[in-house]
Design a protein around this ligand. Structure first.
Ligand code: 4H7
Length: 248
């Protein structure tokens, strides 16, 4: 999976490329992150990437030209590599809500380009001419698109075959089955007078699986009833699941 990221702050991406599961995926070349600085595409000596907003108001606007030239650079580089360019995505508070479903869709594109906005906004003409989709990680405003880009890239990288180690499985991740995760426990068996549920100590694997499934269902029912409705509509709930839900 290849990511091309247009950002004024390329160093931020070492948080993703140097650490943990995403760092390992990059090291093993299961994922690659290509960073593009719009400043490198400026032609003026000052390397200007922002300017005041037409119509007035506070804050600066990212200029269309350096961003568009960076996108042309990305597309030329895809051509050299002999790959078809995937979607160009702007991380934006106005975007469609990112989800596990979208993460699985992105994997199938093979490559994705991410545009990270800074300052007050991005010139709309760059968006209209170059951006295929806008994604948001939630209803809040950030100073830049870098953190949303990294959040999305992390979610996508976990889905690359081989990116997770033996102990980790994307298929078992919460949300892959449409439900919230069940509670987890590790040593010690008693912590501050609180014990681990008996069933987890018994070694009866079928009983443990049933308990975990029921905890997932119960938590999802109480905290995110909307997810139960969606899982039901997708046929992800068994007759036993439905019977258990009725008992709550
Ligand atoms: C595109 C356009 C994503 C990107 C405008 C990005 C939240 C999210 C950004 C802006 C983002 C999200 C620039 C508008 C900074 C606000 C103060 C970057 N914020 N910004 N301004 N929810 N900001 O996914």
């Amino acid at each position: 999976m290849r990511f091309d990221v247009v950002t004024l702050f390329s160093e931020m991406f070492s948080a993703l490329t140097k650490w943990g599961i995403t760092g390992r995926a990059c090291e093993q070349s299961l994922a690659s992150v290509h960073l593009w600085n719009p400043r490198d595409f400026c032609t003026d000596p000052r390397k200007t990437v922002d300017d005041r907003a037409y119509g007035g108001g506070p804050g600066m606007v990212m200029m269309a030209k350096p961003l568009e030239d960076a996108v042309y650079g990305i597309k030329a580089s895809h051509q050299v590599a002999g790959i078809k360019s995937g979607p160009i995505c702007l991380l934006s508070p106005q975007g469609e809500q990112f989800s596990q479903k979208i993460a699985t869709d992105i994997i199938s594109y093979g490559n994705l380009s991410l545009i990270c906005g800074r300052y007050e906004a991005v010139d709309q003409r760059f968006v209209d001419r170059n951006v295929d989709l806008q994604l948001s990680i939630g209803d809040f405003v950030l100073s830049g698109g870098e953190i949303p880009a990294m959040a999305m890239m992390d979610a996508v990288m976990r889905l690359i075959p081989g990116a997770l180690g033996d102990g980790e499985s994307a298929a078992q991740d919460s949300f892959m089955n449409g439900l919230l995760d069940y509670p987890h426990y590790t040593r010690p068996e008693i912590y501050e007078n609180l014990s681990v549920p008996d069933v987890l100590l018994g070694g009866h694997h079928a009983k443990i699986a049933d308990w975990r499934r029921q905890k997932s269902l119960e938590l999802t029912f109480r905290l995110r009833p909307d997810l139960i409705a969606t899982a039901r509509a997708k046929g992800l709930l068994t007759r036993e699941d439905e019977q258990f839900l009725r008992s709550l």
